[in-house]
Design a protein around this ligand. Structure first.
Ligand code: GDP
Ligand code: MN
Length: 405
């Protein structure tokens, strides 16, 4: 599960990371009002306006703007609230923006990158840091990997003080900056474990220019991203409360409410499969035959007829779907339940033109428990299933659906 930047900032602050205060706003009038409020309080005319969406790359996409007047704040807010945010981390359709974060603009002397995640190769958590943080961190990782410092964390000891200090020195920090950075790294490591994160990232972690009050500058987190392990969410009601359904794919939410695992993809062949492994194999086989899967839909081992019917509704709600492949290898799953679910869906599915039934080609491969009964149900209902073709095996099914669309 992901959260918004404003939530991530609050979470980091609760662990002791220095984060500048921020405000939320949802319309352009509020943006002008907040601009005045923030500038009055902070004694600066610089304010940052940031779109709150579950994706990064906002800076480059024009969805993080520094403004110097209430009019500029209104303009930035209007732009962000009326355009979809398209970045290298979203699809080409982008994400709608309904909330903005506004904060006093921070003077930046240098931007650093700091994150903790799990390194699957070494099966250890790893602290990742770079003195080349900011919006180009992906390019740095690709073209100058030496600039990315990685420190493996001991499974029991976690981030040790000497590791944090060494990282701070290697980032080139000096004087009082070192202890500030150590404190931030330690807090991030604590938060990562306590909240069962899969990634906890601060980019940029900034150093501010020296002032009389802070001759060595200040270390501040001005952007943060988190991803949490969904399987551990049951023990974090505080995190569950941060879930924002508006950021999720509606079809995926609808599927989850019926106990189905659905992930939307870009192709045009809808897949209905039981078991994640079989779903993977099905998508591979479709690709092998030159097709493109439109989704990954796993009805699991014990789906009801209603769930199967709902699965069809979800698949067909994707307007790109031009054909469906059902691939069921019944173990615990009863093929008759699947067949009845297909028939019910065909009888009740309403097309845009008002007619009922499936208009797209439907290829069904059923094998396993109670398969004869399942085939009989489909045969009896053949009048309701004019586009149905039976497949003898997975490869035959993938070929047939690819040819049919
Ligand atoms: P992202 O592009 O989605 O990761 O959004 P960020 O919050 O990281 O902002 C992108 C970039 O905008 C940062 O790397 C900074 O260079 C700049 N930026 C963001 N907030 C401020 C600020 O308060 N002051 C200044 N000077 N620059 C900022
Ligand atoms: Mn960022």
């Amino acid at each position: 599960m992901k959260i918004h930047e404003h939530q991530a900032r609050d979470l980091l602050a609760s662990f002791g990371v220095p984060v500048p205060p921020a405000h939320l706003c949802t319309n352009a009038q509020d943006a002008a009002r907040l601009y005045k409020e923030i500038t009055d309080q902070a004694g600066t005319d610089l304010v940052v306006v940031k779109a709150q969406v579950h994706a990064g790359g906002r800076g480059k996409a024009g969805f993080v703007k520094l403004v110097r007047s209430a009019d500029e704040a209104t303009e930035a807010a209007t732009f962000m609230l009326t355009n979809r945010m398209v970045s290298n981390q979203t699809g080409p359709e982008g994400l709608p923006v309904s909330k903005l974060l506004m904060a006093a603009g921070v003077d930046i002397a240098h931007e650093y990158y700091l994150a903790i995640t799990t390194d699957r190769a070494t099966r250890q958590n790893v602290l990742i840091a770079s003195a080349e943080g900011g919006v180009d961190i992906e390019e740095v990782a690709e073209h100058n990997p030496k600039a990315i410092l990685k420190t493996p964390l001991h499974p029991l000891l976690g981030l040790q003080p000497h590791q944090a200090r060494e990282t701070a020195f290697r980032l080139g920090l000096k004087g009082k900056q070192v202890n500030q950075a150590v404190k931030t790294m330690t807090a991030l490591a604590k938060c990562f474990l306590a909240k069962d994160c899969s990634i906890a990232e601060i980019n940029p972690l900034v150093l501010t220019p020296p002032t009389d009050a802070h001759p060595d500058g200040q270390i501040l987190a001005i952007d943060a991203k988190f991803n949490f392990d969904d399987n551990a969410l049951f023990r974090h009601p505080d995190l569950q409360a941060l879930f924002d359904p508006a950021e999720e794919n509606p079809a995926e939410l609808r599927a989850a409410s019926h106990g189905l695992t659905y992930i939307a993809l870009d192709g045009n062949i809808g897949c209905l499969v039981n078991g994640a492994g079989l779903a993977m194999a099905t998508m591979d086989t479709i690709k092998h035959h030159g097709g493109e899967p439109a989704n990954f839909l796993d009805v699991g081992g014990s789906a009801s007829e209603q769930a199967v019917t709902e699965a069809f509704n979800i698949i067909l709600s994707d307007e790109r779907v031009q054909g469906i492949l059902v691939n069921i290898f019944g173990g615990i799953m009863d093929c008759a339940v699947i067949a009845q679910g297909i028939v019910n869906a065909a009888k009740t599915y309403k097309n845009n033109d008002g007619s009922t039934g499936f208009q797209v080609p439907l290829v069904v491969r059923l094998e396993g428990t109670n398969v004869e009964a399942g085939r009989e149900i489909l045969k009896q209902a053949s009048a309701s299933l004019p586009t149905l073709q039976a497949a003898t095996d997975l490869s035959d099914g993938a070929r047939k659906v690819t040819v049919a669309i």
